[in-house]
Design a protein around this ligand. Sequence first.
Ligand SMILES: [Zn+2]
Length: 420
Amino acid sequence: MAIRRRGTDWARDAGRLFDRTADSLHRDPLDYDYDGRAPHWREHFPPTPKAKCVPAWVSDPNARRATIGNRWAQSLIEPIPGWSPADAYQDLDGWFTSHVNAWLKTNKPSRGRFPNEPATNIDGLPIPDWMDHDKILDRLRLHYYRQHDALTAAHRTANKTRTPAHIIGTSPKTAITANYFVVHDTAGTNEYVDADAVHKGVHLWISPISLAQDRDWSASAVATKIENRTNNLHFIHVELIRHVAASGPAAANNYPNPGISTERDANTLFTRQQYEDLAHAYIVNSLRRGRFLTVTVHKEVDRNIANGHNDPEHFDMAYFYQLISAKLLLPADTTFGIEPTRAARNNLAGELNMFIDYVKGDVGCVNQYGAIGSKPGGGNYTVPIQDAAGNDVVPAGGDGTWVRGYVPPPPAPAPAPGAP
Ligand SMILES: [Zn+2]
């Protein structure tokens, strides 16, 4: 059942009132303009033993039988006007158990899974057909136009912004080539506005109120030590700014205007709205990649590097994954990368860092699951990463070719006509 064909274009039409680009009509990564660069996802997830990596629950349609019910309202999947809610839920339930499981069976990961990787991980899989690229982006456009409108006059004067371009990007028709979605936190509570984000090496900064952007998602960013002196297109970088400096009781929403919320749970330093912004950023990047990116955290990328970072702290990865799943009508326990328990633990001396091997091009993807090994020979890693001859090792990005030495940055993407 092609559910997305039966809706109206209300969201898209409304979106066009504001933004005439209406994005690409394609969601197949092969349709994107890669400037002659082939997608290199195969390199990231090499097609090794298939039998090892079939999640057990994929073969059991009843195991994930679930009522979508109120998940419908939380999702970014377009509602179907003209159906009674009961009809919609009934039809969706049938579709959910058959279509989603059929999709998972057909598209099950073909990589050799790591022994401790959870079977619920779907990063790397192509975007399913019930996730309409254009309509999801249009709904996000509406959401952020409304949120930007809802800012107080004082916050506008302070240059705080929450525009669609912050989440969708300034060049939404340009494909991205990243494999990893890296979550950071600044360890501070000072809000960032656009002027604070210039040339910091990070794509997006998510404060409790303001969003700050330095570059489109397709542009190279460098925000970790292993990327020093490189032109790295493999990592998307998003910084969170803390709502409170230290753990404490939950906070209620006290924002004066409706549509924006400062509500925060007790176990974390970031508001629910910040998790939502981050989930939207992840979804946009995955849509523009044509695949679900692999989530990781800065502390994992910096593991056992001299003066390595330990962020983000008090970040609830399990809640983040649940939020993405709810927005995309995926099974509620779907995961998209690093284990939540591993994301929560600290970056300690002596540990093994597989991102070093990834940046060198020695491995296609990084083991972020189970016990952390020890670095062979002990000690810590030093940066920049160099080969035996002392040349910087540079991850090239887009074309899947790993090279050594300086790689000039790619040409800036052409601005989309009419883009905000
Ligand atoms: Zn960081």
